[in-house]
Ligand binder design. Structure first.
Ligand SMILES: *[C@@H]1O[C@H](CO)[C@@H](O)[C@H](O)[C@H]1NC(C)=O
Ligand SMILES: *[C@@H]1O[C@H](CO)[C@@H](O)[C@H](O)[C@H]1NC(C)=O
Ligand SMILES: *[C@@H]1O[C@H](CO)[C@@H](O)[C@H](O)[C@H]1NC(C)=O
Length: 316
């Protein structure tokens, strides 16, 4: 009987989690030796990271490359070793270099490939880092992520060249679906309204953007900029996007501005994606489409799993 309860719980967990994941992108302002020593800040970072199934962490500045190791160690202490990471080399033209790191729940995600864009014309300060994951309970063949933290003053040009990075990915990995994410610096002084027609990643209809121009991904009350964004290519992946939003951790965790600003000057952006099956037609556009899985099909699936549990439970 003990076993069948365990079975029920694990199958229910599977159901709850089946093919639906919460992803995020977070610029953790100058993450390095100083920040990892600040335990209250680290505790908030752990609290944030633990919310997600996969999270891109940017602005890791640490020549010794040990702060990120310490961070995932502490994240894992709080999460029963659920997380693993894939981290880029240190990137940047000057001695001030940064790394991208993707933390993911290894129960659901398996990195199968990754590379840093070769950037033949040196258009990127920090070349995009591309990672291909195999995903459990996922109707698409994989999930490909392209991480970018643009140089603020070159945001218009770097965002345009993300189209070339996408095309490189399409050829190399023979794919169409790519989730581009990061601190695009896509607002305020760096990308102005008049610049939008020049941003190829925005102008090219193959890419669907999430997070509104009117959203605020910055922590400081005096700033109101939608710097952090998702841009998704591929109709199947676009159809899998259910929601996208800014995660205001200051409000959510009831922490005041002076503490929040020590955590970062950016809020994470988050996205719920679901690719369980594509038997029902998927909405093409974000924002006004209804969820593909209606509550009645969800209940039928749940009943099926419960039935399975009872039958299996009898045999165990
Ligand atoms: C943006 O897209 C429109 C429509 O496809 C096109 O006419 C225009 O030239 C594009 N602008 C740039 C700067 O590529
Ligand atoms: C903010 O919160 C911290 C920790 O709870 C506290 O030490 C600090 O005094 C607070 N600052 C302000 C300005 O309220
Ligand atoms: C959803 O948006 C698309 C494109 O913006 C539009 O063509 C369609 O009519 C909208 N559907 C509904 C139900 O509002």
């Amino acid at each position: 009987m003990k076993i069948s309860y365990f079975l029920i719980i694990s199958l229910l967990w599977k159901f709850v989690h089946s093919g639906e994941y919460l992803l995020a992108s977070f610029n953790v302002r100058v993450f390095g030796q100083k920040k990892i020593q600040n335990q209250p800040v680290v505790d908030h970072l752990i609290e944030i990271i633990s919310r997600y199934d996969l999270i891109l962490i940017q602005e890791i500045r640490d020549a010794s490359e040990t702060a990120i190791e310490e961070l995932i160690k502490q994240v894992n202490e709080a999460n029963d070793n659920a997380f693993a990471m894939v981290t880029s080399p240190r990137l940047g033209r000057t001695s001030s270099k940064e790394q991208y790191s993707v933390f993911y729940r290894h129960e659901f995600f398996q990195p199968v490939n990754s590379y840093v864009y070769s950037d033949p014309d040196d258009v990127f300060e920090r070349e995009p880092f591309n990672v291909r994951f195999q995903v459990s309970n996922w109707a698409l063949p994989d999930l490909v992520i392209s991480a970018i933290h643009t140089k603020p003053d070159d945001a218009v040009s770097e965002l345009s060249h993300m189209v070339d990075v996408y095309e490189d990915l399409v050829v190399r990995w023979n794919i169409q679906n790519v989730l581009i994410m990061g601190d695009f610096n896509a607002d305020c002084n760096y990308v102005r309204k008049k610049n939008w027609p020049d941003v190829r990643l925005r102008n090219d209809s193959r890419f669907q953007w999430y997070i509104d121009d009117e959203d605020d991904t910055t922590v400081r009350e005096s700033t109101d900029c939608a710097y952090d964004r998702f841009a998704v290519a591929g109709e199947d992946l676009q159809a899998a996007v259910k929601t996208a939003s800014v995660f205001n951790f200051a409000e959510e965790f009831h922490i005041n501005m002076s503490v929040a600003e020590m955590v970062s000057d950016h809020f994470p952006i988050q996205m719920r994606i679901s690719a369980q099956d594509f038997q029902t037609p998927a909405p093409k556009h974000y924002g006004n489409g209804s969820s593909r899985e209606t509550s009645s099909t969800k209940i039928f699936r749940l009943l099926g799993i419960l039935f399975e549990c009872l039958v299996l439970g009898d045999y165990l």
